[in-house]
Design a protein around this ligand. Structure first.
Ligand SMILES: [Zn+2]
Length: 116
């Protein structure tokens, strides 16, 4: 499994600048390892919606230490492709969730009980 630093080195080789210019973006993609230490952590951000979320958080472009601007989405696409070989949709991850009874359980809200 690639470390965010190795993704950052790959970015700097591809678009210039230093690995540090890209580190915060690659850290963001992989910080879900705090919740799940194996590859399943990728379900949280390693998909097309995650790449667009990254763009909303970090802006449309980042400015490298050499002054060059790089589209943030390119960096997210590079990260996900390096990890998975392609860019899946969020649905590609969700369809593998095995439904459990507690997932669909609904309880009446207190306000609904008062009206009954
Ligand atoms: Zn990753």
């Amino acid at each position: 499994m690639s470390n965010p630093y190795h993704h950052a080195v790959s970015s700097s080789r591809k678009w210039g600048g230093t690995p540090e210019d890209y580190q915060k973006i690659h850290d963001w993609f992989d910080e879900s390892k705090m919740m799940m230490a194996d590859f399943r952590h990728r379900a949280l951000r390693h998909h097309a919606e995650g790449i667009f979320m990254c763009e909303r958080i970090f802006g449309n472009t980042i400015t490298l230490s050499n002054g060059k601007k790089i589209p943030t989405r390119w960096i997210g696409e590079q990260h996900v492709i390096e990890d998975l070989g392609r860019i899946p949709s969020m649905q590609d991850w969700f369809k593998h969730i095995m439904p459990e009874s507690w997932m669909g359980k609904t309880k009446k809200l207190d306000s609904e009980l008062e009206l009954a």
